[in-house]
Design a protein around this ligand. Structure first.
Ligand SMILES: Nc1ncnc2c1ncn2[C@@H]1O[C@H](COP(=O)(O)OP(=O)(O)OP(=O)(O)O)[C@@H](O)[C@H]1O
Ligand SMILES: [Mg+2]
Length: 454
């Protein structure tokens, strides 16, 4: 199917004339009399481009552009501007509008701009498809496990990924909740949209609502700039609410409303904005159990519990341990550019007897230490240098780097907390990061780029 030009103009004559111009040039056009109408069917999967008038009642051209930019900053928008609007249009160009065409204009000018925009869009869509193919082909985020319970889990994910049903993922720490959430996103038609993760436990109560819902400039002290909330940012994609059990009670009420009405009201506005999101929530506790649930609202639990995917702890699927371990060991050896070491009987024993309270994450860290030859406390002496391939200073260096990374990971990239946990001066900390080539930002709480937050 040919990519479409969405043409938005409230003026019937102009709309008809422009439609004709574009159709004569062999382009497929869908005309709309208002931006609101066009927005109903636009999402990040749209492979065409948008041409819109600036001055329109309701959502004007610039607001229209911002709405589009919020779910796909790479969707070209061409604005058609009247006489007095040139300064505004120039500003819009700087903000990312693809092109603007001052009225009156020659048919050619419009057609050429649309052709270039379509070509740009085609490249963006192709790149995204390639990236996706590489991700599914490579073992970027596989959900490893051959126990019946894991086979079933994969099957269920495949089955429900492409439905829009909200999902609750339950499992202990490190059991793979985020892996499951990411697969649900990647295997759905929302994969071109954003996967926006928000850790409800990591944000102070005062921040979480403005993060989620966004705010207007001046909505509260300190709201210097308008900000698009994470929910809106996830529109067209997936919103991942991690540690949902830690969501403050007041926010729970608002979240319930979002889940039911699929719309948000940014702080400091009374605008209601529709959002097209799929919500995946993750919990470490059994929210179905009133004793564990505490002040988590039962109605929100019921609303989230349409589908619950439970990931059993590693100790309840021990048969997956060897497979996971060998995967992590190979990966670590590749990363550290070493041959994968022979797995000693002490390591084997540890694999089969340890309880793995940190689940898959703990297992993967263990594999890294084994690959580095720094795993000692197994009732076994540390492997000698000729076996591990490292002399002592090198081992210490690598061990230090591992500790730095582990603490950064645990503190989610928070510099202050990491320095405190390590007990070293700030300068030493930064020197060490530089020496080991560690980028703190890689460990910061993951969020989608805040590009749309302007
Ligand atoms: N089945 C699996 N196959 C391969 N890797 C896995 C699997 N399960 C988990 N992992 C890996 O283990 C680590 C922890 O997984 P993840 O972050 O998804 O856990 P989590 O349940 O979200 O943990 P937390 O509750 O602490 O946030 C990640 O590095 C992930 O890639
Ligand atoms: Mg997680």
């Amino acid at each position: 199917m040919q990519p479409t030009v969405y043409l938005v103009d409230d003026d019937n004559h102009l709309r008809k004339a422009m439609t004709q111009t574009l159709e004569l040039a062999g382009l497929a056009v869908t005309p709309f009399a208002s931006a609101a109408e066009a927005l109903k069917t636009l999402d990040a999967n749209f492979d065409g481009v948008v041409v819109s008038d600036i001055r329109m009642p309701g959502i004007d051209g610039l607001a229209f552009f911002r709405r589009i930019e919020a779910f796909d900053a790479d969707l070209p928008v061409i604005l058609v501007t009247g006489h007095g609007d040139i300064p505004m249009a120039v500003q819009a160009l700087q903000d990312g509008v693809y092109d603007f065409i001052p009225k009156p204009f020659a048919a050619d000018r419009l057609v050429q701009s649309v052709h270039r925009a379509l070509e740009k869009r085609r490249l963006v869509m192709e790149n995204r498809a390639l990236k996706r193919a590489a991700e599914t082909a490579g073992d970027n985020l596989p959900l490893i496990g051959q126990t019946p319970v894991m086979e079933r889990l994969r099957q269920t994910i495949r089955h429900i990924a492409d439905t829009d049903v909200d999902v609750l993922v339950a499992g202990e720490t490190g059991s793979g909740k985020e892996v499951v959430a990411t697969l649900l996103h990647n295997w759905s038609r929302r994969r071109n949209g954003n996967f926006v993760a928000l850790n409800c436990g990591a944000l102070p109560e005062t921040v979480i609502e403005s993060e989620l819902f966004g705010h207007e400039q001046g909505a509260f002290t300190g709201a210097l700039k308008k900000r698009i909330g994470r929910i809106e940012h996830a529109s067209g994609g997936t919103l991942f609410l991690d540690e949902i059990e830690a969501m403050p009670p007041a926010t729970q009420v608002k979240m319930l409303r979002v889940l039911e009405a699929r719309e948000i009201t940014p702080l400091g506005t009374n605008q209601v904005r529709p959002v097209d999101i799929r919500v995946i929530a993750a919990a470490k506790i059994d929210l179905g159990d009133p004793a564990q649930r505490g002040d988590f609202r039962e109605d929100l639990y019921f609303r989230l519990n349409v589908v619950t995917l439970s990931i059993p702890p590693l100790r309840e699927r021990r048969d997956d341990i060897p497979l996971l371990f060998s995967h992590f060991l190979t990966r670590a050896a590749e990363r550290f550019k070493r041959d994968a070491p022979v797995v000693t009987s002490a390591v084997q024993r540890h694999l089969m007897t340890h309880a793995w309270p940190g689940n898959v994450r703990e297992l993967s860290h263990f594999a890294e230490r084994v690959a580095l030859g720094v795993e000692g406390p197994l009732g076994q002496p540390i492997a000698p240098a000729e076996q591990s391939g490292f002399a002592l200073p090198e081992r210490l260096e690598r061990y230090e780097a591992e500790i730095l990374k582990e603490v950064l990971r645990a503190q989610r990239g928070d510099v202050k907390a990491t320095i405190e946990a390590l007990g070293i001066p700030r300068k030493t900390f930064y020197d060490k990061l530089q020496r080991h080539g560690i980028n703190r930002a890689d460990y910061a709480e993951r969020a989608a780029p805040e590009k749309a937050g302007r």
